[in-house]
Design a protein around this ligand. Structure first.
Ligand code: 5GP
Ligand code: MN
Length: 341
C-alpha cells in the first residue's frame, strides 16, 4: 500500500512529545472500527501518550472479548462526561474507520465543536470529509485495520506490533473482508497478516470468538429472516429483508444479532444486490451489499441518506417500514432503468 510518507512525517511531528489523544469510531461500531482504534491506542500509549477511545453506542456481544475492548467508552452511556472532558483537552483527535464526523452522531457533533485539536483521519470509506489536518483516506484498502497496520508500521516499525495489537488488527481485517473473501485482497494485505501471525496470535480462536459465538435466538432469527422475510425483485437478481421490533423481540434480539444477514442473499448465484431493513428507535437502519459493478455506495447516497463502499454500504430511513420498502422497490426500479443494476 502507498502510505503517503509526508503525511507520516507530519503525524510523527504531531506525536513527537507525549500528548493527549482521543480516538473516535463510528456508530454501530464493528470489528474494524474497534480493532483498529484499540490497536492504535495500545501503540500510542506505549509511546507515552495518554489515549482515550470512544464510540457513540454499544457494540455487539461477540466483539466484547477483544483485548482492551472494555476500555472503549460508549459515549451514550458516559454519564461522567469523561469523553467530553478528554475531547476538550485533546491535542490530537483521530477518527478511525469513518469518513466524516457525522458517522459518529452525537459524539461526532461534540468532537466537531473542538476547533483546537489537530484532526487526523485514518479510513477506507469513499468521499472523506475535508476538515482533517492529516488524512489517510484509502478507499481501495479492504479494512481500516490493514491501513492502521500500515500507518503504525510506517510510524514506528514492525517491532511495535505486539500480540495484543496483532489480535486487535486481525479482527478488523477478518471482519471487513468476510474472513478474507471479499474484494481488494492484495498481496501486501497477506504480508501484513503474515506479520500479525508471526506474533503468535491464535487465528482459529479469533475466528470462533467472532463467528461461532452467537446466541440461539440469533440462529433462529436468521432462519426466520431468510425463510419468511427474504423477498426478491428483478427476476431474483435483487433481494431485501426486513425486521420489525416485534419480530426482533420474538427472537430475544441482542444488538448485532442481524449483522451479516444482508450478505446471505448474495450466496445465490444470480443475486446482484441485497438490502436489510432493521427497525431502530426512531428510524430504520438500511444495510446494502452488492456484487461486482453494482454500486451500493451510490445507491445509499442517492436513496437512503448514507454511503459506504462500492459493495457494502448503509443508510437510514425515517419513514415507516412499509414506506421504506416501497421506496426501496421504486429506487431499485429507477437504478435498473439507468442500467445500474
Ligand atoms: P453495515 O451494513 O455493515 O452497517 O454498513 C456497511 C458499510 O456502510 C460500512 O462501511 C459502513 O461504514 C457504511 N454505512 C453504514 N451505515 C451508514 C450510514 O448511515 N451512512 C454512511 N455514510 N455510511 C454507512
Ligand atoms: Mn471498515
Amino acid at each position: 500500500m502507498n502510505i503517503e510518507i509526508e503525511k507520516i512525517e507530519s503525524l510523527k511531528r504531531l506525536l513527537a512529545e507525549p500528548c493527549k489523544v482521543v480516538i473516535v469510531g463510528h456508530t454501530n461500531p464493528d470489528g474494524d472500527a474497534i480493532g483498529s482504534s484499540l490497536a492504535l491506542a495500545e501503540v500510542l500509549r506505549r509511546r507515552g501518550h495518554s489515549v482515550l477511545c470512544s464510540v457513540p453506542n454499544n457494540f455487539p456481544y461477540y466483539l466484547r472479548w477483544i483485548p482492551s475492548s472494555e476500555e472503549l467508552i460508549i459515549y451514550r452511556n458516559d454519564e461522567e462526561h469523561r469523553v467530553d472532558s478528554a475531547v476538550a483537552e485533546a491535542d490530537v483527535i483521530i477518527c478511525a474507520d469513518m469518513n466524516a464526523l457525522t458517522r459518529a452522531d452525537e459524539l461526532g457533533a461534540m468532537v466537531a465543536k473542538n476547533t483546537t485539536a489537530k484532526r487526523v483521519l485514518i479510513d477506507h470509506h469513499l468521499q472523506p470529509a475535508d476538515y482533517f489536518d492529516i488524512s489517510f483516506s484509502h478507499p481501495e484498502v479492504s479494512s481500516t485495520a490493514f491501513l492502521m497496520y500500515s500507518v503504525i508500521v510506517a510510524l514506528y516499525g514492525k517491532e511495535v506490533i505486539s500480540q495484543t495489537v496483532a489480535t486487535q488488527l486481525y479482527v478488523g481485517m477478518m471482519t471487513d473482508t468476510g474472513n478474507f473473501a471479499f474484494s481488494n485482497l492484495t498481496p501486501d494485505l497477506f504480508e501484513g497478516v503474515a506479520a500479525l501471525a508471526a506474533t503468535g496470535i491464535d487465528i482459529p480462536t479469533i475466528y470462533n470468538n467472532v463467528y461461532n459465538s452467537f446466541t440461539e435466538g440469533r440462529a433462529r432469527l436468521f432462519g426466520y429472516a431468510i425463510n419468511r422475510k427474504m423477498k426478491t425483485l428483478l427476476g431474483g437478481r435483487v433481494a431485501y429483508m426486513s425486521l420489525t421490533e416485534e419480530e426482533m423481540r420474538r427472537f430475544w434480539f441482542q444488538q448485532g444479532d442481524n449483522e451479516g444477514f444482508v450478505n446471505y442473499p448474495l450466496t445465490i448465484k444470480k443475486m446482484k444486490m441485497s438490502a436489510m431493513f432493521t427497525a431502530q428507535q426512531g428510524f430504520i437502519r438500511v444495510s446494502l451489499r452488492s456484487r461486482g459493478d453494482v454500486n451500493v455506495d451510490t445507491f445509499a447516497r442517492r436513496y437512503f441518506n448514507g454511503g459506504g463502499h462500492k459493495n457494502a454500504a448503509g443508510g437510514k430511513s425515517f419513514v415507516s417500514m412499509e414506506e421504506t420498502i416501497e421506496h426501496y422497490i421504486k429506487s431499485v426500479q429507477e437504478f435498473h432503468e439507468e442500467g445500474l443494476v
